[in-house]
Write a protein that binds this ligand. Structure first.
Ligand SMILES: Nc1ncnc2c1ncn2[C@@H]1O[C@H](COP(=O)(O)OP(=O)(O)O)[C@@H](O)[C@H]1O
Ligand SMILES: [Mg+2]
Length: 316
């Protein structure tokens, strides 16, 4: 649905996007995660055609977004990170204004607006002033507006920032429903855990490029495969350590109070083989356990540039 290659964008001396590649499959709920200043908004502005990149390509629904501006415009809806001011405009009027921008008028427009307001649970607010809405309601209104032309792809820039936990949860439910109805959704956030439970795919951006991307299960697996592995042996620790030292996938070995902790890059099959090897080498192993992946700490490490190395090495 969305294919991005080699995006670069420089502001004066600052390289905001530095060779960004991204793929969002049709039907995905894609979490675009990165610390503040990583380049999320810049990337989204390029995707939505508001900003011209210095280099690179964006394809939306198979079409070059820069060459086919008008066709592509109908394929996506955009919820920006900042909500404008709409003094003296009522919710219904606001919707009808945007409907008119897409060529809907009269009864067709009114029906379309009401249907979207209902879907966003705002139908009882049609006569309220936009500025009187809560932050959560404003974001749902913005989403209703972004869907006026029934686009296949929705692009949302940090929509849940500034929401209280309950509103945030409700908003995420709405997104999950839309995804289940067949929309492809790209949502950005600087908080990984915020998106982890709901997204099907994640792309982590740091300093203008993707440092880790894939389906949630792939990422968790990758993270897991580079976590520390703890080994406890009753007898034959020397044999165990000698055996581990010979394995090239064992990157580090540390021994603390008799427990051996290693950095071992491999999947669960490799783990099983390692355990068999330890036993064959004469070690009596009574505990053998991979530390479970904590996505949040991984995110912190990746964006501090440490984990990036580890993860890359895990892919060798
Ligand atoms: N119009 C601009 N002029 C100069 N610098 C900018 C501009 N827009 C963004 N930047 C800089 O580019 C970097 C990335 O910004 P942004 O894309 O907004 O990050 P994010 O949305 O991930 O927080 C930041 O360091 C920001 O200061
Ligand atoms: Mg931003």
């Amino acid at each position: 649905m969305l294919r991005i290659r080699g995006l670069k964008k420089k502001f004066k001396n600052f390289q905001a996007l530095n060779g960004l590649d991204m793929d969002v499959e049709e039907g995905a709920l894609y979490g675009f995660v990165g610390p503040n200043g990583a380049g999320k908004t810049t990337a989204i502005r390029v995707i939505t055609g508001l900003l011209k990149p210095d280099e690179g390509t964006v394809e939306i629904d198979g079409k070059d977004a820069f060459r086919f501006r008008m066709e592509v415009r109908d394929a996506f809806g955009y919820v920006p990170d900042e909500f404008g001011m709409y003094d003296n405009l009522k919710v219904g009027e606001y919707m009808e204004f945007f409907a008119a921008c897409y060529g809907y008028t009269g009864l067709v427009a009114r029906n379309r607006c009401m249907q979207l307001l209902e879907q966003m649970k705002l139908d009882d607010r049609a006569d309220a002033f936009v500025d009187s809405l809560s932050r959560g309601m404003k974001q749902r209104l913005c989403l209703a507006r972004a869907m006026i032309h029934d686009p296949k792809l929705l692009v949302l820039d940090e929509p849940t920032s500034g929401m209280d936990p309950r509103t945030r949860l409700e908003f995420k439910e709405v997104l999950k429903e839309l995804c289940a109805e067949g929309k492809t959704i790209l949502i950005s956030s600087h908080i990984l855990s915020e998106l982890a439970q709901m997204c099907t795919d994640i792309g982590i951006i740091d300093a203008g490029r993707i440092v880790l991307a894939g389906s949630m299960s792939e990422i968790l697996q990758k993270v897991n495969d580079s976590n520390p592995l703890h080994i406890r042996v009753l007898e034959g620790r020397e044999q165990a350590v000698a055996f581990l030292q010979k394995d090239s996938r064992v990157k580090t070995i540390s021994i603390e109070q008799g427990d051996i902790t290693i950095q071992f890059h491999g999947n669960s099959r490799d783990e099983a083989r390692l355990l068999e090897g330890l036993l064959a080498a004469g070690a009596r192993v009574n505990a053998f356990m991979r530390e479970q992946g904590d996505l949040e700490s991984i995110f912190m490490q990746i964006t501090n540039h440490d984990m990036e190395r580890v993860v890359m090495r895990g892919e060798e």
